[in-house]
Design a protein. Structure first.
Length: 139
């Protein structure tokens, strides 16, 4: 019987302590550094304190932005440098795309090179080496 009374008092005391401190548990403590000493406070840290460390969500958002910027930069192709002489535009050459597709329809190698560089659907580079009509007008 004596043990039960002692146990009942202990339970009652713990209940009172829990009730008395429950308001403290509701608000999170703020970790503050004041003059090199770490303190935990119920209220905000005094002004002049270093900003709080970023949350995991904030760090993840910043990382996504960084990766998106890198991906955008990487997806932009670098300017190509050509070792061959670029084909002049139609105004300077007098050539224009008119539906011809084959080497047998070309009058000169310059015309074949223009067609290969500027006209869709041409069939003038059988070995895909960038040189048209190698067996015809561009021998």
């Amino acid at each position: 019987m004596h043990h039960l009374t002692h146990l009942a008092r202990l339970v009652a005391t713990m209940a009172l302590l829990l009730q008395a401190t429950s308001h403290c548990l509701a608000a999170p403590a703020n970790k503050c550094v004041i003059d090199g000493q770490v303190t935990y406070q119920q209220g905000p840290c005094p002004t002049g304190q270093a900003r709080r460390p970023p949350t995991v969500d904030e760090l993840n958002a910043l990382e996504k932005q960084r990766r998106a910027a890198v991906t955008t930069k990487a997806s932009t192709p670098p300017p190509t440098t050509s070792t061959s002489t670029p084909t002049p535009p139609a105004a300077l050459t007098g050539f224009r795309c008119d539906g011809r597709q084959h080497c047998s329809q070309m009058k000169s190698c310059a015309e074949a090179k223009y067609f290969l560089a500027h006209c869709p659907g041409v069939k003038m580079d059988g070995d895909n080496d960038g040189s048209p009509c190698e067996l015809d007008v561009c021998r």
